[in-house]
Design a protein. Structure first.
Length: 195
C-alpha cells in the first residue's frame, strides 16, 4: 500500500522535477522596432493606425504565443516609419492580416497592411497595399523562438514591400526626400574616394 502511494506521488511530481532540471531560462526577445530605417514622410496632416484584423485566440492560431505578436510589430512599423508632413488630408494605416497558425509541424505566417489617403471629407485619394507570407515546416522543439524568428523575418520583408508599394502607388503623396528609390537593403554603399 505504501509503495503505491510513493509511486503515485512520484508520478505526480515527475513533470515538475523534469522542468526544474532541464529547462533553463527563456531567451530575451528584443522588441522589433524600425526607427533605424528611413522615415516615410507623407504629405498629410495626420496618420491613424487601425487594426482591422482580430486574431482567433484559439487553435490553430498561435500568434498570442509569439514574444512579439505580429500586430504589435506592424504597429511599431507604422509608428516608427510613417510621418505626417502636410497641412491637410490624412493617412490611415490598416492592419488587415497578422496571423500565425500551427497545424502539427507546420507554422504559417501571413501579414497584410494598407495605407489609404483620405481628404478632409473622407473621400479616398490614394491607396497602397502590401502582403507577405512565411512558412516553417519541421519538428518544433520550442514554439516561441520559431514564432519570433518568423515574425522578425516577415517584418523585414514587410518593410521592403510596404515601402515599394507606397513609392509605386502613392508617390505623389511623398514629401521631397522621403523613401529612397530603391529599398533600404538594396541601396549600394558609397565607395570611399580614391587616394
Amino acid at each position: 500500500m505504501q509503495t503505491g502511494y510513493l509511486t503515485r506521488r512520484f508520478a505526480l511530481l515527475l513533470p515538475l522535477a523534469l522542468a526544474a532540471c532541464g529547462g533553463g531560462e527563456e531567451p530575451v526577445y528584443e522588441p522589433l522596432r524600425y526607427n533605424y530605417l528611413p522615415p516615410i514622410q507623407l504629405n498629410v496632416a495626420s496618420i491613424e493606425v487601425e487594426q482591422r484584423f482580430i486574431p482567433a485566440g484559439v487553435a490553430p492560431d498561435v500568434s498570442g504565443l509569439d514574444p512579439v505578436p505580429p500586430i504589435e510589430a506592424l504597429r511599431a512599423m507604422a509608428n516608427d516609419r510613417l510621418q505626417a508632413f502636410g497641412t491637410a488630408n490624412k493617412a490611415v494605416f490598416s492592419i488587415l492580416d497578422a496571423s500565425l497558425t500551427r497545424v502539427n509541424d507546420v507554422v504559417i505566417g501571413s501579414m497584410a497592411v494598407s495605407l489609404t489617403i483620405l481628404d478632409d471629407n473622407g473621400a479616398q485619394l490614394g491607396f497602397a497595399e502590401a502582403r507577405v507570407q512565411s512558412r516553417h515546416t519541421g519538428q518544433i522543439d520550442k514554439l516561441r523562438p520559431v514564432l519570433y524568428d518568423m515574425t522578425k523575418s516577415m517584418m523585414n520583408d514587410m518593410n521592403i514591400e510596404f515601402e515599394f508599394q507606397i513609392r509605386h502607388h502613392l508617390k505623389d503623396w511623398l514629401t521631397t526626400g522621403a523613401a529612397p528609390d530603391t529599398p533600404v537593403e538594396q541601396t549600394p554603399l558609397e565607395q570611399p574616394p580614391a587616394k
